[in-house]
Write a protein that binds this ligand. Structure first.
Ligand code: AMP
Length: 612
């Protein structure tokens, strides 16, 4: 491990409470967690000093006159709290090829493309080589914790659906790709030593195949071939696992034919994937083929996960935050298996892990590991008008029950950077606070990793409604809903229209339905949404076509009446731009006069749009 593990001397007597460990290696990892959490504040102090020492000569820290100081008080007094937009000039210079020490003394090795966007494009997060070690360190803590709750995980395998996505180069030649793509393509992952607790059914070649269909097909086939070995089934996010089940629903016949024939479909062309699958698909297995076909042709998909993979003990997927919407569907497909949310991480920095991974999704708390970066917390909701930098609280000083926005300082050169996540302190493990993920700020709609905010939705509605002008119609009100009852989910936008022409609303609106303009509006909205949305639609197919549901005149007034009847103030009432409350959805759906879907995916290219 190349990264120094910061253990202050005073910590040597940390006692292991997480336990008893299953084996010696686990004991070492659990001890590490004990030490880090017992000494949260001292570790944080050391991490900050280490970051400030190494980055003392960077343009950024010099600008704020840190003069080599490495203490918290000077840092907090001089360095501002920033957002991505504040750092954009520096990021742009690095992207354009400036290799001087702008943010980090260590060379920026690549950019990680966040699913968070700025001006419609993925944010570019600078990273340095050694961050891979830090990520790997956090990953290495997950199984030792899980082993405390689920015994025998070394007796079988994990069926994990893991994928790489496309990557691109910045004008200056740095690679830009998602953090998981970077990790899976690294030697840390590709050349990982054998670990009986971390054996996957998916061959590495299948995970690394950039073609989403071939990758998924091979991973599913290998999962079926080794079905009796599978002890846990997972994906990074719940939406990914549901896509895998959808894939099985669509392709089980081909998969079962391959198993019956003992040979892989010609649709998988990648030679390394074919070679890897051939290792497992050596001869026909008619009994397994019949089994797969029988289970999948029943038309009943309840409990399909445990029917096909009967030894599965838990699902390993994140179902916190925006993913909570998928919990009922996952329960349906898994017959109520526990869902383990093991870690909390981002492109900017990996934060921490869940020390009680087998708990109810609503109870999940993450313990931020103080060695991963320097963490500060901006009290959420109060202190308007005060200087932000004055209000920040250190990791060890947050208060149980309070909500905060996470602010990070990383080894890679982000200083006091607002991540945009709102967290609530639920308690402490040793001296380390534990956090419930409350929500990401400013996210209105999300199906998978896409995050659409209110302003983006507004712009998309404006851009689409321009198409109604020739028909003398306007959108008088709108709201939205992330529809996830079918997989993939899709955005539903409710529009109330007003026709200005003489012929009367109903006739004019009826006419609109027939000229195909509403479908064009759906596509125009999609074209106006951010690049993560468009990539999910166009390249990944992980979001379905956007739907506009036209509601009859007066519906939004009824919505207001309903809100007022439930106690909303008439003066303060604002149309909700996203609705999830079932009675409101029912009201809207009962007033729908026509529905329209986007006829084609929007444009997207891995390369940024000109000007960004
Ligand atoms: P990205 O930068 O695309 O890697 O996305 C990182 C963001 O995903 C985080 O800042 C969170 O908003 C969200 N996220 C990551 N892990 C979790 C988790 N365990 N639960 C809820 N949200 C998460």
């Amino acid at each position: 491990m190349a990264v120094e593990t910061v253990v202050p001397e005073a910590s040597a007597n940390a006692a292991v409470k997480l336990g008893p460990p299953t084996n010696e290696k686990d004991a070492e990892k659990l001890m590490f967690i004990e030490e880090m959490t017992a000494n949260t504040d001292a570790v944080q102090e050391k991490v900050l000093a280490e970051i400030l020492t190494r980055n003392a000569e960077t343009e950024y820290l010099r600008r704020y006159g840190l003069d080599g100081a490495t203490d918290r008080a000077t840092f907090k007094g001089k360095v501002p709290v920033v957002t991505y937009e504040d750092l954009q000039p520096e990021i742009q210079r690095i992207a354009n090829g400036d290799r001087s020490a702008i943010l980090s003394a260590h060379p920026i090795s690549e950019f990680l493309t966040s699913s968070g966007t700025s001006a419609g494009e993925r944010k570019l997060m600078p990273t340095i080589k050694e961050e891979l070690d830090r990520r790997q360190l956090l990953y290495s803590l997950l199984m030792p914790v899980m082993n405390l709750y689920v015994p025998g995980l070394d007796k079988g395998k994990g069926l994990y659906f893991l994928f790489v996505k496309s990557e691109t180069k910045t004008p200056g030649g740095l690679t830009a790709r998602p953090v998981l793509t970077s990790y899976y393509k690294s030697e840390h992952f590709k050349s990982r030593p054998y670990d009986p607790y971390n054996v996957y059914t998916s061959p590495t070649a299948a995970i690394l195949c950039a073609d989403a269909f071939q990758s998924m097909y091979a991973q599913m086939l290998c999962g079926l071939l080794q079905r009796l070995d599978v002890l846990r089934v997972g994906a990074v996010f719940a939406s990914g696992l549901l896509r895998a089940i959808r894939f099985l629903q669509l392709h089980w016949q081909d998969l079962s034919n391959d198993i019956a024939a003992g040979s892989l479909t010609a649709k998988v062309t990648d030679p390394s994937v074919r070679a890897a699958v051939a290792e497992l698909l050596r001869e026909p297995d008619p009994a397994l083929a019949r089994f797969v076909a029988a289970e999948c042709s029943k038309g009943d998909w309840a409990g399909i996960i445990t029917r096909i993979w009967p030894s599965t003990k838990y699902l390993d997927v994140i179902v916190t935050g925006a993913m909570a919407q998928y919990i009922p569907t996952l329960e349906y497909y898994s017959g109520g298996l526990p869902m383990a949310c093991t870690m909390y991480a981002s492109s900017e920095c990996y934060f921490g892990l869940n020390l009680r991974p087998i708990c109810e999704p609503s109870e999940v708390s993450y313990t931020i590991m103080p060695n991963m970066g320097y963490f500060e917390f901006l009290p959420h909701g109060d202190g308007h008008g005060q200087d932000k930098a004055q209000q920040l609280v250190d990791l060890a000083d947050v208060e149980a029950g309070k909500e905060y926005e996470l602010v990070i300082t990383t080894y890679a050169g982000l200083n006091r950077y607002r991540v945009g996540d709102i967290l609530r302190v639920t308690g402490f493990y040793n001296a380390a606070p534990q956090f419930r993920f409350v929500r990401r700020k400013n996210v209105l709609l999300s199906i998978e990793s896409d995050k659409t905010d209110e302003a983006e939705l507004q712009r998309a509605v404006e851009s689409a409604s321009a198409l109604l002008r020739p028909y003398d119609a306007t959108v008088v009100e709108y709201t939205s809903h992330a529809y996830t009852k079918s997989i993939p989910g899709h955005y539903v936008i409710y529009w109330e229209l007003l026709a200005k022409g003489a012929s009367g609303d109903a006739d004019a609106l009826e006419a609109l339905s027939h000229v195909g303009v509403m479908e064009k509006c759906c596509l125009a909205m999609e074209e106006a949404l951010n690049s993560v949305y468009r990539q999910s639609r166009m390249a990944d197919g992980s979001i379905g076509p956007l739907e506009i549901r036209v509601v009859r005149g007066g519906t939004f007034e009824e919505l207001m009446d309903y809100a007022i009847s439930r106690g909303a103030s008439i003066n303060q009432y604002k149309v909700p731009r996203c609705v999830t409350f079932p009675p409101i959805l029912e009201l809207l759906d009962s007033r729908v006069v026509s529905t329209h879907f986007s006829p084609a995916p929007p444009t997207w290219s891995p390369h940024r749009r000109p000007g960004n």
